[in-house]
Design a protein around this ligand. Structure first.
Ligand SMILES: [Ca+2]
Ligand SMILES: [Ca+2]
Length: 161
């Protein structure tokens, strides 16, 4: 994912602001789910993927992507070390646009799937946490007292605390 970001960033076909303008087809300053899947339909992103991408990028949970949220998704951590190369002429930009869009689509997909994996992981941890809590809370009090915790450690780990 980091690598994808670096490729996109160093590509320099468009700046983040230019790219955002390009994607924000209705010009309202936000990228919507419809805009995402319309723009990236040719790159294998359907409506469902678009929703997942929005989910992954939408930090303030308002259902659309602002330029700040978009720029965070695109900018690699070590952005200042990357040589952004020269500016391209208009014709070159036109040629690069397709491959840039493809790279962007790949990055967005990777971001979305990482987000989903993270969500699953979180859910799993939460479940494990709940399970652990239940196994400790043997008296079903809804809280774990020091003595309950001590009992659990003793029976599960074999030492006293
Ligand atoms: Ca828009
Ligand atoms: Ca948002």
């Amino acid at each position: 994912m980091e690598a994808l970001q670096e490729i996109l960033f160093s590509h320099h076909t468009f700046s983040v602001a230019e790219a955002f303008k390009l994607l924000d087809t209705d010009g309202d300053g936000e990228l919507s789910c419809v805009e995402f899947h319309t723009l990236f339909a040719d790159f294998g992103i359907d409506e469902h993927d678009a929703k997942e991408i929005i989910d992954a990028l939408d930090r303030d949970d308002d259902g659309s992507i602002s330029i700040v949220e978009f720029s965070k998704a695109l900018t690699p951590k070590n952005a200042q070390h990357i040589n952004r190369g020269r500016h391209l002429s208009f014709d070159e930009t036109f040629l690069f646009r397709q491959s840039w869009m493809r790279a962007l689509a790949d990055l967005l997909r990777a971001t979305a799937s990482a987000h989903i994996q993270l969500a699953h992981l979180r859910e799993e941890l939460q479940l494990n946490g709940d399970h652990l809590f239940d196994s400790m809370d043997d008296l079903r009090q809804g809280h774990i007292s020091v003595s309950t915790f001590g009992r659990w450690i003793k029976s599960n780990c074999g030492f006293e605390i």
